[in-house]
Write a protein that binds this ligand. Structure first.
Ligand SMILES: *[C@@H]1O[C@H](CO)[C@@H](O)[C@H](O)[C@H]1NC(C)=O
Ligand SMILES: *[C@@H]1O[C@H](CO)[C@@H](O)[C@H](O)[C@H]1NC(C)=O
Ligand SMILES: *[C@@H]1O[C@H](CO)[C@@H](O)[C@H](O)[C@H]1NC(C)=O
Ligand SMILES: *[C@@H]1O[C@H](CO)[C@@H](O)[C@H](O)[C@H]1NC(C)=O
Ligand SMILES: *[C@@H]1O[C@H](CO)[C@@H](O)[C@H](O)[C@H]1NC(C)=O
Ligand SMILES: *[C@@H]1O[C@H](CO)[C@@H](O)[C@H](O)[C@H]1NC(C)=O
Ligand SMILES: *[C@@H]1O[C@H](CO)[C@@H](O)[C@H](O)[C@H]1NC(C)=O
Ligand SMILES: *[C@@H]1O[C@H](CO)[C@@H](O)[C@H](O)[C@H]1NC(C)=O
Ligand SMILES: *[C@@H]1O[C@H](CO)[C@@H](O)[C@H](O)[C@H]1NC(C)=O
Ligand SMILES: *[C@@H]1O[C@H](CO)[C@@H](O)[C@H](O)[C@H]1NC(C)=O
Ligand SMILES: *[C@@H]1O[C@H](CO)[C@@H](O)[C@H](O)[C@H]1NC(C)=O
Ligand SMILES: *[C@@H]1O[C@H](CO)[C@@H](O)[C@H](O)[C@H]1NC(C)=O
Length: 827
């Protein structure tokens, strides 16, 4: 009866008028107003009149045993709370608590005995008359008004007291008269609405900071650029078709607010308990909130996310883990993705504040590919042996590192430790102090006995000994992992060790992307393969195998063939045929390469279109690629194009759109429907393909920054030239080709590109039609200039309008001007 569904799905009953405590009359359900002498209790709710968008009442988040009074989305099937009143004083039984107007204030009271205890109050200094009314509006605002004879005065409104959600119309900023900051504060975790550690606050410099515990800020939006209508470090806003942001700064207040152009789109900003600000929109087709960006982009950039002695990793499902030798301080909080409590030692150190140093009982464990903790103390100690000795002799020293000739030690709790993927060049080695009993016995590579650090001679011997042990362990592991490859359908199922051997321990990296790095490998039959290490897989084992075997059955001359896979626990790898001529971006954009001639470009465009047609139309289940860009078009020895990474969208699931929309460099290819939150169809691929065609023509990234800092967006230029019917299309072509191009083909390619990037999906051709046009079977007319390209057009005389600098900078090998990548500030 108390399941949270009670407040969600069942229609309100009108029988509750009899449900009456004290002198108050319970309100009739379905109403949007509480008047004086009325109260709301138990499972009663208010529904906003107008559109019925919001509902107010007692709710219980998830499996929490506490109830809050709050506002939630009424038309959304996933419980989504937009505002909470009694964040710090929840109730255990909503039937004994009431929301009512008492002496002109809105209050929540509890208990049947009199006087009831007040859990929450609007605390008005000059409460209105007893005839005040509280009304839930259809924009989600809960307003307390006093009604005079002919006036209605707003005494209080929930929009002035936002919690974690920034609804359209809410101001987030500063009241200069009272110096009161109106900010967003995260929940503590998904079941606890109490104010959490993270808050979003406007600074006097008109930029937003995300604060940790109201003290340290670790992310900034950059300052507001009124001309570009975006925050300098959130270039994603450029592709925003949904929100109308405005910044107001006058003598009374300074704030941002926003409205939604199309009010039928449900969209919200939240300060999430994960420490990220997120922008989500509701997708009715999938019945999910679709995340289309979050800041900071990487979860592990959140300050102290994993608490003391926690370690963050982007490649594990739930980001935080405990360092070796440590265990979760509060498993129940960790279960709710609240990692801030961190970890504690399994075994206390024998050496401690009140204990003498016992050199024999503490050891150091070696952790590789780490981002070192915050606040190191740098010491002028030479050599790793000396560095270890210093740490060992200081009882409060918990870890040390010796990198680039510098000895760093840490005392006390370790924060902001991060684990990078194998082979990451930023990775450092950290030596963590543990009780000897928590360090696996010798023979294991990671245990270094601390006791042997008596003199450097012994130490040197130890290093040699360790090397021998390590080498032995490595050989043993190699031998033990022999030949676990098996055939599974048309695919080979590899053991992880096989792939380690094949890639010589992932030593030759071919490339990397949002979903993982790719390494070159040689199989036992001496065929060369490309091994992709998937990161952030959220799929279960069975689903993974199902998806992979589906991908394995898809074979076409213009698609990269999947040869096998490896699935061992969280280790998921895909093994593809190897493409000797790498990816298309390498040939199109790299100045050190000979330019592809026109004929080759045209054939690549056609081949790519054929591959995509196969995915869209010829497979048993239509496959939307979702990430078409030059990096995903590979070239074989004959420069025949092959589309890579198809099927990953489904394989990676939720993770895919997260990576896609937070990744630098991809956005320029993303169709507008990715941003507006409607369902994605094959036409999204057509759009990306069109954007890519423009690059075939120009031989450059679509957006380019010129010497004077202006940014040129090539598709806008090309679309205009086409529309003007100018005969000088040849001017558009890659200057390195010196005008050597077939004019008919050039016109066709330009027109197809421009049709593909039309705003409306229905105006874009299918990939099958694209093939026919490029083959010359079907003719095509001149397309209109897409609206989005008009938006992106710029006045050549205005210096400050910048488009796509972020996405272009990642592709410009020699562009040192853009430094937009410094998007996080850690103090
Ligand atoms: C609301 O609560 C009352 C009393 O606790 C109960 O009888 C009624 O069934 C509930 N209504 C709904 C819709 O759950
Ligand atoms: C509320 O109740 C009190 C006493 O029960 C009564 O005097 C007062 O007129 C009522 N107010 C309204 C607005 O009904
Ligand atoms: C509540 O608990 C049940 C069983 O413990 C679990 O299956 C369910 O997913 C939980 N719901 C939420 C929202 O956490
Ligand atoms: C509310 O009142 C009930 C019944 O009097 C009591 O059991 C409960 O502890 C109270 N809760 C709070 C949060 O005061
Ligand atoms: C109202 O005032 C009380 C006592 O001063 C305080 O404890 C409470 O937090 C205030 N409530 C709100 C919502 O500000
Ligand atoms: C009511 O309205 C009239 C005319 O609009 C105005 O003169 C009068 O002052 C108002 N009364 C109050 C109490 O505001
Ligand atoms: C608000 O803060 C500013 C600067 O910190 C200060 O000059 C001003 O007096 C403060 N105003 C109030 C009302 O506290
Ligand atoms: C946050 O700051 C308060 C004091 O401002 C401090 O008492 C509290 O321990 C801090 N929280 C954490 C998790 O460090
Ligand atoms: C955006 O909002 C501002 C301020 O609210 C308003 O003046 C402007 O007309 C809006 N623009 C559009 C296109 O709706
Ligand atoms: C600032 O507040 C004062 C007093 O409420 C008001 O008269 C003035 O118009 C306000 N200024 C602006 C720009 O809103
Ligand atoms: C607003 O969005 C809805 C749903 O996505 C769509 O059906 C409608 O056409 C849109 N309206 C406008 C004016 O774009
Ligand atoms: C945490 O979750 C795991 C698995 O979901 C469960 O076995 C464990 O009991 C939970 N721990 C706590 C403290 O809730």
């Amino acid at each position: 009866m108390e399941s949270r569904n009670d407040s969600w799905s069942r229609p309100p009953l009108l029988l509750l008028l009899l449900f009456c405590l004290c002198a108050n009359v319970s309100i009739s359900l379905g109403s949007d107003t509480i008047s004086a002498n009325e109260s709301l209790s138990g499972n009663q709710t208010l529904v906003s009149s107008g559109g019925g968008n919001f509902r107010l009442g007692f709710f219980r988040p998830g499996n929490s045993s506490f109830y809050y009074v709050g506002i939630w989305y009424n038309k959304v099937s996933v419980p989504t709370f937009a505002w909470v009143a009694n964040r710090e004083a929840p109730v255990t039984d909503p039937s004994t608590a009431q929301l009512k107007i008492l002496d002109g204030n809105l209050v929540i009271v509890n208990g049947s005995s009199s006087p009831q205890s007040t859990l929450w109050s609007t605390n008005l200094s000059s409460p209105g008359s007893s005839s005040a009314q509280a009304m839930l509006l259809d924009n989600g605002n809960f307003v307390l008004r006093s009604h005079g004879s002919n006036t209605s005065r707003t005494l209080w409104q929930s929009f002035d007291h936002p919690t974690n959600t920034w609804l359209p119309g809410v101001k987030i900023g500063i009241n200069k008269r009272t110096n009161r900051s109106q900010l967003l504060t995260s929940w503590k975790n998904q079941e606890d609405a109490a104010p959490g550690l993270f808050s979003l606050q406007l600074q006097p410099s008109s930029e937003y900071y995300i604060y940790w515990n109201m003290s340290e800020h670790f992310w900034t939006s950059g300052t507001w650029d009124p001309q570009g209508r975006l925050f300098s470090l959130v270039p994603e806003m450029r592709l925003n078709y949904i929100y109308n942001f405005s910044f107001v700064d006058n003598e009374n207040e300074s704030y941002f607010t926003y409205s939604v152009y199309n009010t039928s789109i449900l969209s919200r900003f939240i300060m999430d308990f994960s420490g990220q600000v997120k922008q989500l929109s509701w997708l009715e087709t999938t019945k999910q909130w679709n995340l289309f960006w979050s800041m900071p982009r990487q979860q592990c950039e959140v300050y102290r996310l994993c608490g003391p002695f926690g370690v963050c990793s982007e490649t594990t499902d739930n980001f935080c883990q405990c360092l070796q030798g440590f265990t979760q301080k509060s498993p129940s909080e960790w279960n709710l993705s609240d990692w801030s409590g961190g970890c504690r030692r399994v075994t206390n150190l024998s050496c401690g504040p009140n204990k003498p140093a016992n050199l024999r009982n503490d050891r150091f464990v070696e952790l590789t590919y780490m981002k070192l903790p915050e606040n190191p103390q740098s010491l002028g100690v030479e050599g790793t042996v000396g560095c270890q000795a210093v740490c060992l002799n200081n009882c409060s020293c918990t870890a040390y590192a010796y990198e680039d000739g510098t000895c760093s030690i840490w005392t006390g709790d370790l924060y902001n430790v991060q684990k990078y993927g194998q082979g990451n060049s930023n990775g450092k080695t950290l030596y963590l102090r543990l009780a000897a009993s928590d360090v696996p016995e010798s023979g294991n590579k990671s245990g270094t006995s601390a006791g042997i650090i008596a003199g450097s001679a012994t130490a040197a011997a130890a290093v040699v000994l360790l090397a021998i042990v390590l080498f032995g362990a490595w050989r043993w592991r190699r031998a033990a992992g022999r030949s676990s490859t098996s055939q599974e359908g048309s695919l080979l199922a590899f053991g992880y060790r096989d792939l380690q051997t094949a890639t010589r321990n992932f030593s030759e990296k071919l490339g990397g992307g949002g979903f993982g790095s790719v390494f070159k490998g040689t199989l036992a039959d001496s065929s060369i393969v490309a091994v992709k290490q998937l990161e952030g897989m959220s799929q279960g084992e069975k689903q993974f195998r199902t998806e992979v075997s589906t991908i394995g059955t898809i074979q076409h001359v213009n698609l990269v063939r999947l040869r096998g896979f490896c699935s061992e626990g969280t280790r998921k790898l895909l093994v593809y045929e190897y493409m000797p001529n790498r990816s298309l971006d390498f040939h199109l954009f790299s100045p050190s390469n000979a330019p592809l001639d026109w004929g080759t470009r045209y054939q690549i465009a056609l081949g790519t279109a054929r591959g995509l047609t196969y995915l869209h139309e010829k497979c048993r289940d239509c496959i939307i690629h979702c990430d078409i860009k030059p990096e995903n078009i590979l070239l074989d020895a004959e420069f025949c194009p092959k589309v890579a990474d198809f099927g990953l969208a489904k394989l990676m699931g939720r993770e895919f759109s997260r990576v896609l929309t937070t990744m630098r460099g991809t956005r320029g290819y993303l169709a507008p429907e990715w941003i507006s939150g409607v369902a994605i169809t094959t036409k999204a691929d057509v759009y990306s393909y069109g954007m890519m065609l423009f690059e075939f023509i120009s031989g450059r990234r679509n957006s380019q920054q010129s010497e004077d800092g202006r940014v040129h967006f090539f598709p806008t230029l090309a679309a205009k030239k086409l529309a003007e019917g100018k005969d000088d299309l040849i001017e558009l072509i890659d200057p390195r080709l010196e005008r050597a191009a077939d004019m008919d083909e050039l016109v066709r390619l330009c027109r197809v590109a421009c049709w593909c990037v039309q705003d409306e999906e229905k105006d874009r051709p299918s990939m099958g039609q694209v093939v026919q046009i490029l083959e010359g079977v079907v003719d095509v007319t001149t397309p209109p200039i897409p609206r989005s390209l008009q938006v992106f057009s710029y006045d050549e005389n205005q210096e400050h309008i910048v488009f796509f600098t972020e996405s272009s900078s990642s592709g410009l090998s020699s562009n040192s001007r853009s430094n937009t990548s410094t998007n996080s500030i850690t103090q």
